[in-house]
Design a protein around this ligand. Structure first.
Ligand code: PLP
Length: 415
């Protein structure tokens, strides 16, 4: 099969890396694009685009059941992508890696298949105040269905979640603890290893929402020790509509399937069906084959990068942005926890975030504005919305300087 040759960058060089991402060289409103909305979705390198293109042009067929050549090729590309992702997060085996649509679907799967059959009135699910709606609403639905209660651990004025504050809410009723690895609205990195250890010591099952972590830091699910870890392909330089649920094999074995249909069964009669082995028990129906192959290509691409260099570059970007934006009068950074990931939420007095986003767009600068699917975080800071610049390793210092200049332009317009 014509697999795209893996490009290797031995030393991190932002100009070289940018050349791998075709979209970064486009113009917006006559200005070079400065793409600072990576927290919402990141761009794809040529390696991902070509892997999907090659699959669509040469290998597409349905997987697993066909004896013909195309079906076998598609199956081996899909399963090779799974193997790449197993290595990427250091899962123990391919049985632990379920392809899903994204983080949202992964968390819903756990809420419905793990938690719902187990929970009863009086039981508690513990989350934190800074969660994305995807790590709130699936638990609320499950609580409505079972009579369980949702308990929320606090954060402080910096957007930091303290281990002791979470531990104080863990008790004999707590059946599950779920939290973000990195907050999408604030950039806070949560001490997930310590939180998981605290939960484990009390027999509490753990889920980590890794949507914002996997693009920014090495993730080792065995080291974290969690039972479940969820993330999305499109924030990890891969396609949309594909993501991963990691689950410890022992716990996935005990769970009933979430959805029924093709591929997740061994045998079906009208009286009874028996279920396929892991991970297929949780992959009912024809999956997003090209998406999985694209995501596999994304982690192969990352494996060819100097990731330490990339992470150092991101930290330098964050530090430059914090200093540069910090100098702007009337600009307030929201989320100031130490050791943040590379994103900055901010508000500018007198300029509504949506107006700010529109003015920045005129200058070719893409940032996100709104509640970032984290309304409880906005309520906590008594804000309707913020603007958020979120960086990837392909961003530059010059883009941050342009961001600062465009914010000054917006201030002048609304002065
Ligand atoms: N969790 C976090 C922390 C996120 O940032 C996001 C997306 O922004 C999600 C969950 C949901 O991801 P998706 O929409 O890809 O399912």
């Amino acid at each position: 099969m014509n697999k795209t040759a893996l490009k290797v960058h031995s030393r991190f060089d932002v100009d070289q890396v940018r050349a791998d991402f075709p979209l970064l060289s486009r113009m917006v409103h006559g200005k070079p694009l400065a793409y600072l909305d990576n927290g919402a979705s990141s761009q794809r390198p040529t390696a991902v685009i070509e892997a999907v293109d090659d699959y669509e042009r040469r290998h597409h067929s349905n997987i697993h059941r066909g004896v013909h050549t195309l079906s076998q090729e598609a199956t081996s590309l899909y399963e090779a992508a799974r193997d790449g992702l197993v290595r990427f997060i250091h899962a123990r085996s391919r049985h632990e890696l379920v392809f899903v649509r994204g983080t949202t679907e992964a968390i819903n799967l756990v809420a419905q298949s793990y938690a719902r059959p187990l929970m009863k009135s009086g039981d508690e699910v513990l989350i934190t105040h800074l969660e994305h709606h995807s790590n709130i609403v699936p638990w609320q639905l499950m609580c409505e269905q079972t009579g369980a209660r949702l308990v929320v651990a606090p954060m402080d004025q910096h957007g930091e979640v303290h281990v002791e504050a979470v531990e104080a809410l863990m008790n004999e009723r707590t059946r599950l603890f779920a939290c973000a690895h990195v907050s999408n609205a604030l950039g806070t990195v949560l001490p997930v290893e310590r939180l998981v250890a605290s939960a484990k010591a009390r027999g509490i099952v753990t889920l980590i929402d890794g949507a914002q972590a996997v693009p920014h830091m090495p993730v080792d699910v065995q080291k974290i020790g969690c039972d479940f870890y969820a993330f999305s392909g499109h924030k990890l330089f891969g396609p949309t509509g594909i993501g991963v649920l990691y689950g410890r094999e022992e716990i996935l074995e005990r769970m009933p399937p979430w959805q029924g249909g093709g591929d997740m069964i061994l045998a079906v009669t009208f009286g009874k069906s028996t279920y396929n082995a892991l991970p297929y028990k949780f992959e009912a129906g024809t999956p997003n084959i090209s998406g999985a192959i694209g995501l596999g290509a994304a982690v192969d691409y990352l494996a060819g990068l100097d990731l330490d260099g990339a992470h150092r570059h991101e930290h330098a970007l964050l530090s430059h942005a914090t200093t540069t934006l910090g100098r702007i009068d009337d600009l307030r950074i929201v989320g100031t926890a130490p050791g943040k990931a590379s994103l900055i939420s901010f508000v500018v007095k007198g300029v509504h975030p949506h107006d700010l986003g529109t003015i920045l767009d005129e200058d070719g600068i893409a940032v996100r504005t709104g509640h970032h699917c984290a309304m409880p975080v906005m309520d906590f800071f008594k804000l309707p919305a913020t603007a958020r610049a979120s960086f990837a390793f392909y961003n530059t210092f010059d883009e941050i300087d342009r961001l600062a200049a465009a914010i000054e332009r917006a201030r002048a317009i609304f002065a």
